[in-house]
Design a protein around this ligand. Sequence first.
Ligand code: FES
Length: 113
Amino acid sequence: MSEPKIAQKSPIVQKVEPGTYYWCSCGQSKGQPFCDGSHKGTGFAPLKTEITEAKTVAWCGCKHTKNAPSCDGSHSGAGVNRQIVAALNREWSVGATVHDWRFEKSCAFAVGG
Ligand code: FES
């Protein structure tokens, strides 16, 4: 398999606690966004990610991000549901901290604790 399976065409937004996470890169896991071992034989491997503080993370669901494991908007090139993205942008713009996911590439899309 040369291309990962698109698990979903939108980010998987979760509040996460500090710890070690294994993001599924193949798209085959039944426990998205995390690896469940389904990648065996595909040539893909999970991406180990250390989260050091409690925060909200937008994990890539389409598996085509250039900023794994975070969503970078790549799903929009694969027929994204633009209404979902627009809704997320509106939701994330509320509050003291504003992170525009389209341009914030380095902070795993933290939007607060
Ligand atoms: S199940 Fe996808 S990388 Fe492990």
